[in-house]
Design a protein around this ligand. Structure first.
Ligand code: AMP
Ligand code: GLY
Length: 423
């Protein structure tokens, strides 16, 4: 079968690497892909939100399945676009339709879903601009720090955590009344602050049955010791050492199962991944957020631990024979360290030549923001490379990852030296 993976980051390179190993694959396409996906298939110059352009590419290349990487395409309704188009109706889309994608596209929708199904999450209320008075009154009822969330997609920047009530009121006004995050903050969710360690849970579902993927933890802040600005993710590890058997069972019983049951009960069609952002408060799990796709950089540590053929699972979803049989997962520790451009997550330059790639095995890393020109590879984004390490202990995985990193260089290269060391 011919498969298209939509997206261009480390997540999509990891997906391409995994799908390319499947005996069910005929030809792999990645749209738009990056320099790392080129050796695995054909990069197609498409925008992930231009559905007509994607349609043309799918028809031109006789593509039977589209695996959607980024949330924007899903929230904009790519699944429905395919289902409603006569020429595309038989193409399988891995990723939910627009209604299911609201679990990520609207924090208010997600909170209401969680509440309807009694799934543990922080207490909250949501407010529109007309309710600014009520919103400020609600803030006063809470203890600091104050958590303000833009309802809609805001490229990972829509959550503010503030210690000072005055600052929180100002930010609230700027979100609700001055469109700080554009349309995304025309509704704001204010919620109780939860204190604990975070981890990510991933499931693949057809809306009826589900399979758990390995758990992972990402490192969101730019600076060592989890300091400084939030980023898309500076590294990740899997498995998560503090996720013991008992805690894992609580996550399954109280969160994963009720989520799938909730989708089923509400007749929300869902074929794809659910990424549940969790926080461990004391010894209890709470949902911080839902995402409707795989995480980046979590994918780069999850997929190397899955032995089963993921494409076979996707085909089973398409053919209506997806079951609850667990995926085979190896016992390895996997880590990834993200090398970013100088200045990221604020302004940064692109187009810096990357040296040292030729000295590394192709299995040593996934590309994130790179492009190739005349056989040379250049930086092409904030997050540039996801360097991998894997082994039967965390120490071995870390040692391999950091030793792979030493071979690589480009102007302004930065990475965190403490990924995994806190655990
Ligand atoms: P989100 O975009 O919803 O993932 O939020 C970004 C980050 O904000 C999360 O990964 C948490 O670190 C933090 N966060 C969000 N909601 C809360 C909360 N209720 N309590 C504490 N931290 C939170
Ligand atoms: N690493 C977090 C995300 O993909 O949203």
């Amino acid at each position: 079968m011919n498969v298209l993976i939509l997206g261009s980051g480390g997540r999509e390179h990891a997906l391409a690497w995994k799908i390319a190993q499947s005996p069910l694959l005929t030809t792999l396409f990645i749209g738009p892909g990056n320099a790392g996906t080129r050796p695995l298939g054909t990069n197609l110059a498409v925008s992930v939100t231009d559905f007509n352009q994607i349609k043309q590419a799918v028809l031109d290349n006789n593509i039977q399945m589209v695996i959607v990487g980024p949330e924007a395409s899903l929230v904009m309704g790519i699944h429905d676009f395919f289902a409603n188009d006569e020429a595309l109706r038989d193409v399988t889309v891995i990723g939910p339709g627009a209604i299911g994608a609201q679990l990520e596209g609207s924090k208010k929708y997600a909170k209401e879903f969680l509440q309807r199904h009694s799934i543990p999450t922080a207490a909250y209320q949501s407010f529109s601009p007309e309710e600014i008075g009520e919103a400020k009154a609600f803030l006063k009822e809470l203890e600091p720090p104050y958590v303000l969330k833009a309802d809609g997609l805001a490229a990972g920047k829509g959550v503010l955590i503030l210690d000072d009530i005055k600052k929180a009121e100002d930010e609230l006004e700027s979100m609700l009344l001055d469109a700080k995050f554009g349309q995304a903050s025309s509704t704001v969710v204010i919620e109780e602050f939860l204190s604990g360690v975070e981890l990510s849970c991933f499931v693949l579902t057809d809306g009826e049955n589900y399979k758990l993927l390995p758990f992972a933890k990402d490192y969101k802040r730019i600076g060592e010791g989890d300091t400084g600005l939030n980023t898309g993710g500076m590294g990740a590890i899997s498995p998560v050492p503090f996720n013991d058997t008992l805690f894992k069972q609580k996550i399954i019983d109280r969160i994963v199962e009720p989520t799938i049951k909730g989708l089923r009960q509400e007749k929300i069609p869902y074929t794809g991944f659910i990424f549940i952002g969790l926080i461990k408060v004391g010894s209890e799990p709470y949902v911080i957020e839902y995402n409707v796709r795989l995480g980046d950089p979590e994918t780069e540590v999850i997929l190397p631990r899955i032995q089963s053929d993921l494409l076979e699972s996707f085909v089973a979803i398409a053919e209506g024979r997806f079951d609850n049989k667990p995926l085979e997962i190896n016992a390895d520790y996997a880590i990834t360290i993200i090398a970013v451009s100088g200045g990221y997550p604020e302004a940064y330059e692109k187009g810096k030549p990357i040296s040292g790639l030729q000295d590394l095995d192709s299995q040593a890393l996934f590309h994130a923001g790179t492009r190739e020109e005349n056989g040379h590879i250049f930086t092409n984004g904030g997050r540039v490379l996801a360097i991998r390490g894997q082994g039967n202990t965390m120490e071995k995985a870390l040692e391999q990852g950091y030793s792979n990193l030493k071979c690589l260089q480009y102007e302004g290269m930065y990475y965190r030296k403490d990924i995994g060391f806190d655990l």
